[in-house]
Design a protein around this ligand. Structure first.
Ligand SMILES: NC(=O)c1ccc[n+]([C@@H]2O[C@H](COP(=O)([O-])OP(=O)(O)OC[C@H]3O[C@@H](n4cnc5c(N)ncnc54)[C@H](O)[C@@H]3O)[C@@H](O)[C@H]2O)c1
Length: 286
């Protein structure tokens, strides 16, 4: 099993997750191309990666200086610009199957037949995304967690046609990033989102019914069950809009227990999206 990350990695979508994924591969020694939707978005993505690396340097967890690590980053405006020598492509564009299929198809055509393609989807069917690709055996889910640099888990999601050799390679890369990979069969919400989202939705229902306030609900799980972060704080971190989209998908695929509570819909409609907007179930200083 490999103990190093691939030499050339591409990340499509340099938002919260994509910038974090780019950061950890850069810090582990890879050359990383981030593909963003336009010049301004690309500059913003570079800023997120740079800020993340500065933060690691401040904490003393970065090998080398920020400038040297950042010199391995390139920004592209379309996957068509990826080199044929790309080893691994991870897409982290918004949670829409049509958009993911489009960028993965374009990346596969540019990167060539030897590249491994991966999706960071939290809930969409890896099997359906694979079906749209010319080489579905070269595709798997690599589900990173938020915030990527601090999180220790990557869920490796295996579709029926995924080549087992890829799963072994991905386990090695994840280990080289200092993280642990777990292997799960493709199924709605995999293992992590299915369990985490269900708890989050139930916490929102407990709040909605006036059983306890947000602080009390989070404290119940943090102190009572030793979760490092309560389910409402965790929903704020992920983003209420992101959680709602996942819940709607799991509601459609797994049934009523994932029906999004009205309070979640209301907060999203009001623009209370969690930490990123300063207010969700809790409030945050910017
Ligand atoms: N937020 C989380 O906690 C979390 C955790 C695990 C997985 N995920 C998954 O990761 C993915 C990304 O989530 P996020 O929270 O980083 O979203 P985000 O909105 O922060 O980032 C998405 C990025 O994709 C870019 N983008 C949009 N269209 C593009 C295109 N055609 N080409 C290139 N870039 C494009 C956007 O400009 C944006 O920067 C989703 O599939 C989500 O479900 C999110």
């Amino acid at each position: 099993m490999s103990t190093a990350v691939p030499t050339r990695v591409a990340v499509i979508g340099g938002g919260r997750m994509g910038a974090g994924i780019a950061q950890v591969f850069l810090a582990a020694g890879a050359h990383v191309a981030v593909v963003e939707a336009g010049g301004q978005a690309a500059e913003a993505a570079r800023g997120r990666v740079a800020d993340g690396l500065e933060e690691s340097a401040r904490r003393g967890t970065l090998d080398g200086d920020v400038e040297t690590v950042l010199s391995r980053l390139t920004l592209l405006e379309t996957p068509a610009g990826l080199g044929r020598d790309t080893d691994l492509v991870i897409e982290a564009v918004p949670e829409r199957a049509d958009l993911k299929a489009e960028v993965l198809g374009a990346a596969a055509a540019a990167a060539g037949p030897a590249a491994v393609l991966a999706t960071n989807t939290s809930s969409l069917s890896v099997t359906e995304l694979a079906a749209a690709l010319e080489r579905p055996s070269r595709f798997l889910g690599m589900h990173f967690f938020n915030p990527v640099p601090a999180s220790r888990l990557v869920e490796l999601v295996v579709a029926p046609e995924t080549d087992p050799v890829l799963v072994d390679a991905a386990r090695g890369w994840v280990r080289a990033l200092g993280k642990t990979g777990i292997v799960v069969r493709d199924s709605p919400g995999f293992a992590s989102s299915r369990l985490g989202v269900l708890l989050g939705l139930e916490a929102i229902r407990v709040l909605e019914e006036g059983v306890a306030d947000a602080e009390a609900i989070d404290t119940a799980m943090e102190l009572g069950y030793r979760h490092p972060m309560g389910p409402l704080r965790s929903t704020d971190l992920v983003g209420l809009d992101v959680r709602l989209a996942i819940a709607e998908h799991l509601h459609r695929t797994l049934g009523e227990r994932f029906a999004p509570p009205q309070l979640l819909r209301d907060k999203v409609a009001a623009g209370e999206l969690g930490r990123k907007t300063g207010r969700g179930f809790h409030t945050y200083e910017s």
